[in-house]
Design a protein. Structure first.
Ligand code: GDP
Ligand code: MG
Length: 601
């Protein structure tokens, strides 16, 4: 298809404002998916997306759409639509999708109005110079207030409130008119058809049967089946076994030209050969410079991931390699723990990302995993000026520390103005610093805070929701670091440190953490032949203490006078039980105790 007849657009919105549902109607109206095959949120292909009702991965689909020109002659266009996730953890997915488009449909729920991620995604689209088409969705809802929110949107993106389109992804009302408008307003892609081929890899997935499937957007030139291609960052060359468009499944074509979006298959099985952000060119006529690529996303939260069955370690390593292909934000390196054995320290964009990765590893690779309490990254400057980056609390340095720095975020909270007081109180408890406040309308306010990431990443959003009866929305972005009074709390069993339970917390919260953890372990660790003290300590100073009392009789006591075979059986049983025990110093701790102590919170 020549570029004049192509339109590449994405749908961006706050979570639940109806992106995937609108995408469904478009798939149906354009005939890409027929009524029989249709199911809600068609493009949410992963089980986990369907169960949770959220989009995690962006999806590209090509749809035909005919529109009569000024002379009345019908012109067949091809639209490439990219559905994107809305959650703050997946902004990185969104920004890659935006780079493959010229236009963005900015969707706003007509019963909710603008929310925090509406703003965040709009700013991303503006940074990418996309043409923005503002649209109000869910106009079928009785609670919809299209007039009011059209004003709000026009105030934000400019233009006339009457030009804000009104649709219902549920009933399909207004969706044809929206497709027409996309063709009219979104500029066709521009590129040099005669130049050496350059295509940007914006995603890739591993398929058990076909190997790596790479998703690309062609910027210049043309890629054809059977020719040899080069991945510019690694210089690796491959034969293009298949190339095509996705509509809604892969359809092989005789190539992809300027502005086209599609997939390619080289038969490569090694996931590292197809890197998101890399440029694909032609081996016979290679481009001299690669495309810009994407900035590597910076993981914000780290956690240890360990197989419950130690022999699964190689499976876990292989699974992480495969997931990484599909999830550029994932980073990991091997780690060992006294308590948990061999595993990985894994970096994530946020807690939802952690949950999703863990769940995908368990489901798609049949693993049973335990994850340690998540933490952010700290920079520790020593008196001698050396700097240590800490991604695992147990590696927090001893010795003379000059300063500890923690990551901070710029948070944007949108809420009805009646909740200002409640929000301020919460943010103060979390060491927040109010930067500014604006009224979007008489009753809706935007508050901007600087907050330590560690304070926001765990239960902040739940707290915010419950204090605002669900009306507040939150978005945040990284905003550097600040010095803070942070200490490491260690947990000791009989004087031996248990690495998996160390935590870095603010000085004022150290005591509460120590008491909570020591209390939990006292409940979870079975009694031993001897007394076991549990201590929480900051450096050499003990801040909390519990004791597990000794059992009086040993297991053989009840067999006195009994027959010898029963005695032996008991001993063997005890030995088996020991296998699943970890020994910390002299103390036997069942692995379940670690799991229970780490998981509940
Ligand atoms: P996304 O997170 O933006 O992809 O949102 P979804 O498409 O998953 O929709 C979120 C919820 O809103 C789902 O329960 C949809 O059924 C519902 N929904 C989406 N569009 C409409 C609409 O036009 N009208 C009504 N009444 N509900 C809608
Ligand atoms: Mg969705």
């Amino acid at each position: 298809t020549p570029p004049e007849l192509l339109r590449n657009f994405c749908i961006i919105a706050h979570i639940d404002h109806g992106k995937s549902t609108l995408a469904d109607r478009m798939l149906q109206l354009t005939g890409v998916v027929d009524a029989r095959a249709m199911r809600a949120q068609y493009l949410d292909r992963m089980d986990i997306e369907r169960e949770r009702g959220i989009t995690i991965k962006s999806q590209a689909v090509r749809m035909p759409w005919a529109l009569a020109g000024e002379d009345g002659v019908t012109v067949p266009y091809a639209l490439n639509m990219i559905d994107t996730p809305g959650h703050v953890d997946f902004t990185y997915e969104v920004s890659r999708s935006l780079a493959a488009c010229e236009g963005a449909v900015l969707l706003v729920d007509a019963a909710q109005g603008i929310e925090a991620q509406t703003l965040a995604n709009l700013y991303l689209a503006m940074q990418n110079d996309l043409t923005i088409i503002p649209v109000l969705n869910k106009i079928d809802l009785p609670a919809a207030q299209p007039e009011k929110y059209a004003e709000e949107i026009a105030g934000l993106v400019g233009g006339d409130p009457d030009d804000v389109m009104r649709v219902s992804g549920k009933t399909g009302e207004g969706v044809e008119a929206l497709l027409d408008r996309i063709v009219r307003l979104v500029p066709p892609p521009q590129g040099d058809a005669d130049a050496a081929a350059r295509a940007m890899i914006f995603d890739s997935v591993y398929d058990t049967y076909r190997g790596v499937v790479t998703y690309v957007r062609v910027i210049d030139g043309h890629l054809s089946p059977r020719e040899r291609i080069v991945m510019m960052s690694t210089r690796a060359t491959h034969e293009l076994l298949e190339i095509g468009v996705i509509s809604p499944e892969g359809i092989p074509t005789d190539g992809l030209g300027v502005g086209e979006v599609g997939y390619l298959i080289t038969g490569v099985k090694d996931v590292r050969q197809s890197k998101v952000g890399d440029t694909v060119t032609n081996a016979g006529k290679p481009a001299s410079t690669a495309l810009g690529g994407y900035a590597d996303p910076k993981p914000m939260v780290f956690s240890g991931l360990y197989p419950i069955d130690g022999s699964d370690y190689p499976v876990l390593r292989d699974a992480l390699d495969k997931l990484k292909l599909n999830d550029a934000a994932l980073v990991y390196e091997p780690e060992t723990s006294v308590a948990l054995g061999f595993g990985f320290r894994v970096g994530f964009l946020g807690l939802l990302h952690l949950e999703i990765v863990r769940e995908r590893l368990e489901r798609e690779f049949d693993l049973d995993l335990i994850s340690t309490a998540p933490n952010v990254v700290y920079d520790v400057t020593m008196e001698d000026r050396s700097v240590v980056t800490v991604t695992n609390p147990s590696e927090f340095p001893g010795g003379k520390i000059k300063e500890v720095r923690e990551p901070v975020v710029k948070a944007t909270i949108l809420a009805p103005s009646e909740f200002i007081g409640a929000i301020m109180e919460l943010c103060q408890q979390r060491r927040g610093d109010l930067q500014g406040m604006d009224y979007l309308s008489a009753e809706r306010v935007e508050m901007r805070y600087m907050l330590p990431l560690a304070e926001i990443v765990f239960d902040f959003f739940d707290q915010l929701k419950s204090r605002t009866r669900g009306y507040a929305s939150l978005d945040y972005e990284q905003a550097g670091e600040q010095a803070a009074d942070l200490v490491k709390v260690d947990i000791l069993l009989q004087g031996e440190q248990v690495d998996a339970f160390s935590a870095i917390v603010h000085k004022d919260k150290a005591y509460a953490y120590g008491v909570m953890m020591a209390g939990k372990l006292r409940e979870l660790i079975p009694r031993q032949q001897f007394e076991v003290p549990i201590q929480a300590a900051v450096g050499s100073r003990v801040i909390a203490r519990e004791t597990i009392r000794a059992i009086r009789k040993d297991v053989l006591a009840k067999c006195y006078g009994g027959d010898i075979s029963r005695k032996r059986k008991l001993l063997e049983k005890q030995k088996e039980g020991k296998k699943r025990m970890k020994t910390i110093g002299r103390v036997d701790v069942p692995q379940e105790a670690f799991i229970a102590a780490l998981s509940s919170e």
